[in-house]
Design a binder for this molecule. Structure first.
Ligand code: TXA
Ligand code: MG
Length: 335
């Protein structure tokens, strides 16, 4: 299949909408990561999304909307907190899991009684949604590899497997949306993301953090968010997540003959092993923004092992930590 490169012009957006309404699948930029979109009511198109990504069938998709009224079409028994969250954080990097109606295809929810919904804060994503139907869109990467934050990443993984890519800019946030489950009480944070747990607590004081965020789910365990149980974001090189101060990290990694580092920019000048920086220790948004590009590049350092300096687990840092602990297959070194 030839993957059409579409400009982010009214013409390119119309073409994307046309492909989507005829059952095709198109990658679109959002403020978090690129998504691989399909009509959320079209079973055949949704199956093509799972096939192109190599995604396990039991991992449900997020439905992307452009108008708040669509929420009531897709979900039922919506708690008032959902509207307060929407008012505060939409459009933006927040996904709400709610009880589903029959408005979307069953494949979207992978057999669950709930549906995940978000309103992206990106003019191109919004224009494509407005031109047609609600779109189901997982991240536009091969399952298991880092999510794509550039159109180039999308093509690296999916060229020839999807109908088109809207060739937008680099994604601003860089990590995927925060997923919060409001379908039961208390509300539960399933995946940390661009909206922090601290911000959510201002509206959801009883929010609980799902333990799968920071702990490896046991083999065969049932997890609230199916996506959390899969190996994810992993470079090919064996990776370790290292916790400690900059001085400890630099000392430790400099002793590793076959090692390389994914470090904070403050540490670069002190490292004697090959390294890549993903931002300042002081700036968790910068770390989030650069994270997935860096994870795609670390194999190029040519080392046997990669030591990744872990960020603080607060604010957006929790989302970065959550992705890194998966990239490192839960191998954590506490200095
Ligand atoms: O920022 C994002 O959320 C991006 C952009 C494209 O919008 N999308 C994204 O989709 O990250 P994906 O498919 O890569 O991740 C969706 C996550 C998965 O962990 C999945 O298990 C979870 O959301 N999820 C989806 N529907 C769910 C549901 N009904 N209940 C629980 N978890 C759900
Ligand atoms: Mg994904």
């Amino acid at each position: 299949m030839k993957t059409e490169r579409l400009d982010v012009t009214p013409r390119g957006i119309d073409r994307a909408a046309e492909i989507l309404s005829s059952g095709g699948i198109v990658a679109i930029p959002t403020e978090t990561v690129y998504g691989l979109a399909a009509d959320a009511t079209d079973e055949a198109a949704l199956h093509r999304v799972f096939a192109a990504k190599g995604r396990p069938q039991d991992n449900p998709l997020i439905v992307h909307i452009a108008e708040i009224d669509t929420l009531k079409v897709l979900a039922r028994e919506i708690p008032s907190a959902a509207f307060r969250l929407a008012e505060r954080f939409w459009p933006g990097p927040l996904t709400m899991v709610l009880k589903r109606t029959d408005a979307t295809a069953k494949t979207v929810s992978a057999g669950l009684d709930t549906v995940a919904i978000r309103m992206p804060d990106h003019p191109v994503a919004q224009a494509v949604i407005r031109a047609g139907v609600p779109l189901a869109a997982p991240s536009a990467n091969t399952s298991g590899s880092p999510s794509p934050t550039t159109a180039h990443h999308v093509l690296h993984d999916l060229d020839g497997k999807i109908d088109g890519v809207l060739m937008g800019d680099e994604c601003a946030v860089g990590v995927e949306s925060t997923v919060v489950d409001l379908s039961s009480t208390p509300p539960r944070l399933l995946r940390p993301g661009g909206v922090s747990a601290e911000e959510l607590r201002e509206i959801l004081p009883d929010l609980v953090l799902d333990k799968a965020i920071l702990v490896e789910p046991e083999q065969g365990a049932k997890v609230a968010s199916p996506g959390m149980k899969y190996k994810h974001y992993a470079p090919k090189t064996t990776s370790f997540l290292v916790e400690g101060t900059s001085a400890q990290f630099v000392d430790y990694v400099n002793q590793k003959k076959n090692g390389a580092a994914l470090c904070f920019s403050e540490e670069a000048a002190l490292l004697t092993v090959p390294h890549l920086c993903y931002g300042s220790a002081q700036d968790e948004s910068e770390l989030a923004h650069n994270l997935f590009s860096a994870l795609r590049e670390v194999d190029g350092l040519g080392a046997k092992e990669i030591y990744i300096h872990a960020p603080e687990k607060s604010g957006v840092g929790l989302a970065v930590y959550n992705r890194l602990i998966r990239a490192a297959a839960f191998q954590v070194i506490a200095l």
